[in-house]
Ligand binder design. Structure first.
Ligand code: GAL
Length: 407
């Protein structure tokens, strides 16, 4: 063989190897090319194949929590039908424990507010077909300073949580002695894995050390931002920060732009509709943060939209993202299973405007004909070609699933 033939042979072998590397099944424009890259380093607890759904006490109740509130919330989750729609986690946030550990160093539930203990609460919640989440901190104390953190107690606390029947741990980042996040979160992840119980691990380091780039091997979700607030400005700014990390999300590990504020009163109905739609498209955890025992009909209508929830829970697990932005008129989109595409047209400007998504913006060939399902009107427009265009009030959005028919 001449040298040239040997070289040609080597190139062919190399091309073959490259062609054999598995790639994401997503459409190229909207593809999640990093999923394959990080998959081998994923946390192996099998949880979070779709984003978690449930409720968390913090956004509405802060430290004002007790066991009857949690039990009543679990009851409401079931009686309203939200549980059947997928909202299964009932998550305690800060302030459930005594400030001091017991003589053996165990964390103990606050006697005045959780007198029956967490094990009994977990039992109650499991009997309703739901799951219980709890909260701790990768530091000496939690952010409220009303309870201890788990730094240096990871194995003991993970065992305690598992023995109580806890299903989910949100792990915060206050009072951390200035030690790197990368040192403080993995020990709890490992302790949970060894605890003998599958426990969803929610990394809450507020996006400090770019968790999207490393936390997939540690947790099932990671906060990408500081705290949400119940207003338009904060909600829109954190979803923009979260968007930057879209390509890192996927089954087993999700970007977390913080919990929902829908129903807490600080935004208009259209703003809350946008909040819920964008969170769903971005494959964010859908953790309701209002008082579901007293929610109004509009709140219920928003958070119970099964078609929007189906986008969030789509098995492909590709985070939808902002694909076009022009003077606060935006298009967000992402691929779904069966070649469908989810798209949101969003008017973030302060006056009415027309927003247009052309097929090229959202990863479809221009000659593709689709059925466009409006997820808020619950109506379908057949045989749409090339683009979709809609007039929107200020801060309003439209959300569609496009099903390609032929091209
Ligand atoms: C913050 C966290 C919030 C909430 C709060 C409790 O650090 O981001 O979601 O958990 O602590 O003190």
């Amino acid at each position: 063989m001449t040298k040239l033939m040997v070289l040609a042979f080597c190139i062919l072998v190399l091309l073959n190897i490259i062609a054999c590397v598995p790639s994401s099944s997503a459409a190229p424009l909207l593809g999640n090319n990093n999923v394959t890259k990080v998959e081998s380093y994923m946390l192996q607890n099998g949880l979070g194949q779709t984003p978690p759904m449930g409720w968390n006490s913090w956004n509405h109740f802060g430290c004002d929590i007790n066991e009857s509130l949690i039990r009543d919330t679990a009851d409401a989750m079931v009686s309203t039908g939200l549980a059947a729609l997928g909202y299964k986690y009932i998550n305690l946030d800060d302030c459930w424990a005594e400030l001091n550990r017991d003589s053996q160093g165990n964390m103990i539930p606050k006697a005045s507010t959780f007198p029956s203990g967490i094990k009994a609460l977990a039992h109650y919640i499991h009997k309703k077909g739901l799951k219980l989440g709890i909260y701790s901190d990768a530091g000496n104390q939690t952010c409220s300073k009303r309870m201890p953190g788990s730094l240096g107690h990871e194995i003991q606390d993970a065992k305690t949580f598992a023995s109580w029947g806890v299903d989910y741990l949100k792990y915060d980042n206050c009072h951390n002695n200035g030690i790197s996040v990368r040192e403080r979160y993995p020990p709890m992840s490992e302790a949970l894995l060894k605890s003998g119980r599958p426990i969803f691990f929610s990394v809450c380091e507020w996006g400090k050390e770019d968790p999207a780039t490393w936390a997939k091997s540690v947790g099932n979700s990671w906060r990408t931002t500081g705290d949400i607030k119940d207003n338009w400005h904060r909600m829109t700014s954190i979803i923009d920060v979260n968007d930057k990390w879209a390509s890192y999300a996927g089954p087993g590990g999700w970007n977390d732009p913080d919990m929902l504020e829908v129903g807490n009163g600080g935004m208009t109905t259209e703003e809350y509709r946008s909040h819920f739609s964008i969170w769903a498209l971005a494959k964010a955890p859908l953790l309701v943060g209002c008082n579901i025992q007293a929610m109004d009909n509009i709140t219920y209508e928003l958070i119970s939209n099964s078609e929007v929830i189906a986008v969030n829970q789509d098995k492909l697990g590709v985070q939808g993202k902002k694909v076009k932005s022009n003077n606060d008129l935006e298009v967000w989109a992402g691929p779904l299973t069966n070649n469908k595409v989810a798209v949101i047209l969003w008017n973030r400007s302060s006056s009415n405007a027309t927003v247009t998504a052309s097929w090229l913006d959202i990863g479809l060939k221009s000659e593709t004909i689709v059925d466009a399902r409006d997820l808020w009107e619950h109506s379908t427009k057949s045989l749409v070609l090339g683009k979709i265009s809609v007039e929107l009030d200020s801060h309003a959005c439209k959300m569609y699933v496009l099903t390609p028919k032929r091209s």
